[in-house]
Design a protein around this ligand. Sequence first.
Ligand code: NAP
Length: 465
Amino acid sequence: MNLVVRDPADVRSVVGEVPAMTPGEVAAAYQRARSGSGTWRRASPLDRAAVLAAAAALIRSRAQDGAVTLVRENGKTLAEASVEVTKTADFLDYYASFARQPWGEILADARGATQTTVRTEPVGVVLAITPWNDPLLTPARKLGPALIAGNAVLLKPAGQTPLIASWLADLLQTAGLPDGVLEVVTGRSEEISTALLTDPELDAVTFTGSNEIGRHLRRALCDRNVRLQTELGGKNASVVLADADLELAAATVAAAAFGQGGQRCTATSRLIAEASVIDGLLERLRHRAEACVLGPGLDPGTTLGPLSTPGHRDGVLGHVERARSEGAEVITGGGRPADEKLRYGCYVEPTIVATKPRQSLWRDEVFGPVLSVATASGFDDAVRLTNDSGYGLSAAVFTADLRRAHEFIDRAETGQVAVNLPTSGWDVHHPFGGFRESGSPFKEQGAPGLRFYTRIKTAAVRYAW
Ligand code: NAP
């Protein structure tokens, strides 16, 4: 049976279907990828770059088509989807530019008449497993470095958003990617997981998704010499100090907490404010939350689209209910919108909840438009609360004091730190990845993003004797 994709704005509407592949079909995709990897690794980096750049140009020329597919499948607003399409093209262009960078170095050798070089090679066949929240950008963030380095990729998109992944793969093919270099694998993960993870052709797995599945992959691969990169969850804090510009802080935190329905790994989900500014800040945030216009992502007036599925919507509401039962105070939102027109969509009102650090909403990743708020007694307490999490993806501080800003950067246990800026919104050339339970040591994006997809060979050549 095919996988059926439904519109999160009205789950009665079917957007499309893709094949649910069998384990045998996954094995055949690996065979094609192994053969594609042989061709692609021998191609000049300049030829690989030409394909990436041509695909980026195609993406830009069909941006509206891609953005609409994204909205229908994922639910985000057209404005959010358009940014994602642009950034996808940026990823391919950015990694194409590495073709003209050095791919190795020459080292001194004591043996005389000997040249020793360090060469960078592709790792081979990479499995990329991606989630539904940025279903175009996340594959591109992996495909850019994987392909410029000469790897073949099996791309396994989330079951909720396979259509936009296929759209991207088609454009890469049209741009000249040889057969077998990119195989899109669609199917039910419970049926094909073993085939995906145990195939002998598999050399590396790059995964973005939940901590639960990240742990499952670690266990499944621990007996094999297959490298694993994981980009996992977050519980990102924004700190507002007493000297902050409250208008800037409220506007920035609201956008980072409620944009894309909070379904971003870098969304601000915890707010920590000094006592002297908390009331003024919460008033401004409440106003912004209540001004959000919920509706289908394709409606021009919509500022907040639906969440991804009914199950996810109910899970988010379950987090809020649990918070209520633990004594947290819901300041605004906390339910489904009353508007009858939205009844078949996966909507959740933007929600602000005053919490205590021991409560579950302070600790658990919600992945919805829910902001958990706590008061700090001063700067040190704000830093302590920021680091009071098993996650370590992103953090932000709002202050006019340069000394405090730098001290916060030094002390935050997160892979990304922002000052007077949102926890989300990092550019394609900014190295990206979390500390602690938010991910593995391999970074994505920027020049360090290439390391996962390459292996190093040292070669010595004696040219006279
Ligand atoms: P998920 O449930 O872990 O799913 C992610 C991907 O893993 C999907 O393609 C899913 O396929 C696949 N998958 C599930 N079970 C699998 C298995 N047993 N074997 C192989 N693949 C399997 O995550 P999600 O709920 O979609 O995404 C939200 C999570 O991603 C959040 O925790 C968020 O913070 C995190 N995230 C992190 C980053 C980052 O860069 N750190 C970025 C974005 C999102 P199916 O859909 O077919 O099950």
